[in-house]
Design a binder for this molecule. Structure first.
Ligand code: ATP
Length: 213
């Protein structure tokens, strides 16, 4: 039996909180590997990504170099059209056996918007959901449809593992880091060295990214 994690995002840029979350997903849930999947054309954003798909993939690769079990996966970028999480999970599922565990990692802000995702209920038939709490996350403010899932599917006892259908909150303390804030700091010429892995920061400088965002 294999235990695989999927962590998708715009990663514009890939920052230290993303890396910390991917490692926590791997370690807390004892996963064999975590696939980091930069979105090709993120459909739920009101503006396009600032860096290109290949630059965002490069940044993921640089950030995870040498991290055991973390793998950059370019399948959504190769798809070249709107990438729905449910389709990526279906694709990954088709590469696994029915007993294999699949975990999809999302932040608490993404969980709050889950009901707007394409075929969101199908996600629970394909994977378990790992939720990374973000500052300000309050389960009391979840929409009723999501709150019902949060209450019914949440597991704390990890002895009964299951291929799909449960929700687990990572125990990791929330950190207040976002790509939006990092882009704004870079545009203002402020220091982001503690927020972005060093190799990613070198790349951002070399590619002259996020100067006018
Ligand atoms: P932006 O500010 O541009 O929206 P972001 O920092 O939220 O970007 P994304 O690439 O959109 O980064 O995030 C990918 C996933 O990681 C999302 O599910 C998001 O909720 C989650 N995430 C990002 N940063 C954090 C964080 N600091 N804590 C918990 N989850 C996070």
């Amino acid at each position: 039996m294999r235990r695989i994690g999927l962590y998708g995002g715009t990663f514009d840029p890939f920052h230290c909180a993303h890396l910390r979350l991917a490692c926590a997903l791997r370690d807390e849930l004892k996963l064999d590997e975590v696939r980091l999947v930069p979105a090709g054309l993120p459909y739920h954003r009101d503006h396009g990504p600032h860096a290109s798909a290949s630059q965002r993939l490069d940044m993921v690769r640089l950030a995870i170099a040498g991290e055991p079990g973390l793998i950059a996966d370019d399948r959504e970028i190769r798809r070249g059209k709107n990438a729905y999480t449910v389709e990526t999970l279906e694709e990954l599922r088709s590469e696994l056996t029915p007993q294999d565990e699949l975990w999809c990692l999302i932040g608490g802000d993404s969980l709050a918007r889950l009901a707007s995702w394409h075929r969101w209920q199908a996600i629970f038939t394909l994977a378990n959901l790992a939720v990374a709490l973000r500052p300000g996350f309050d389960p009391a403010h979840l929409a009723p449809a999501i709150s019902a899932q949060w209450q019914a599917r949440q597991v704390s006892d990890f002895s009964k593992r299951t291929p799909s259908g449960t929700i687990r909150a990572l125990t990791l303390a929330p950190v207040d880091v976002s790509a939006t804030d990092i882009r704004a700091r870079l545009a203002a010429g402020a220091d982001v060295s503690g927020l972005v892995p060093a190799a990613v920061l070198d790349y951002i400088r070399a590619q002259q990214l996020y100067r006018n965002t």
